[in-house]
Design a protein around this ligand. Sequence first.
Ligand code: GTP
Ligand code: MG
Length: 335
Amino acid sequence: RMLKRQMPCCGDIHRLNAPLLAIYESLIPPEEERTKQKQILALLEKLVCKEWPKAQLFLYGSCANSFGVSKSDIDVCLAFNEEINDKAEVLLKLADILQSDNLQNVQALTRARVPIVKLMDPTTGISCDICINNVLAVINTKLLRDYAKIDARVRQLAFIVKHWAKSRGVNETYRGTLSSYAYVLMCIHFLQQRRPAILPCLQGMEKTYSITVDNIECAYFDKVEQLSNFGSPNKETVAQLVWGFFNYWAYGHDYANSVISVRTGSIISKQEKDWTRRVGNDRHLICIEDPFEISHDLGRVVDKFSIRVLREEFERAAHITQYDPNPCVKLFEPY
Ligand code: GTP
Ligand code: MG
């Protein structure tokens, strides 16, 4: 029985492959969404440029990291070439400028953890959040996008995991569960750890891309088109990977001692990072190291209640992928 628990018969798992791939396909945004995003960006650029001719706009988050599902909001970073001390002032000014054009629901949220201006573009129906000088987010967006280019299974796995997390209500940082960004890092780490590996550790290779942002050196190998065969010795299907992912987080991960680290492509110890006790609100109950801001634990939002919810959801998902006669319905059942 034990053995069965750990290694489902391959036939069993393969039954899941076609339906999971179908779900993945249904989540991919159609090409016209890209066109609409570019349209909004061009409009914003035109408006922003009048006020701040040297500022630049960048897309980040799921609209640019290739892990965005259809109908996502878009995240935009307004980057100045200088430090902005009073972001609230700039955001209010920005809201003012945007308001006067025909954009809707323009709102400056100056007191949020990441202060933003929110708006909706009525011609495309797309909502948009604009933040200021969040250049690290633009860089980690590129890192995620580069990882996604290496092997098709990266996007397949991450789309399924994100879809599961949203369906099950465990993608809500304000309620103590994890961000989409955290889930994608968990997927990348998992694929780095497969044997044979499906993903390399780009930050451990020759640095072909390097930029220093907020005193943090962000450098890694970004000529990923050279790595398009990297994962091919590993023949696992998305079904096996989804099963393996949930099993890892349900039964394989050492929550007490381990930190997952995409930066090193391995597990590191909480001890080494000094993440062993609660400091302020950071409890480190599940530890996911940001690839560039390495003092940043993306699991910091998780508290003693939500960690139980999360772990129960991982166990539920592992159980369903393995035993349920109708896993593709059950796995994504609204909570
Ligand atoms: P969805 O909108 O849920 O599809 O995903 P997303 O990829 O846009 O993710 P999310 O809204 O969680 O994060 C947006 C971007 O913010 C990420 O892609 C990162 O580039 C950046 N980011 C950097 N640090 C953090 C962090 O601590 N939490 C979150 N949520 N985002 C971060
Ligand atoms: Mg987003």
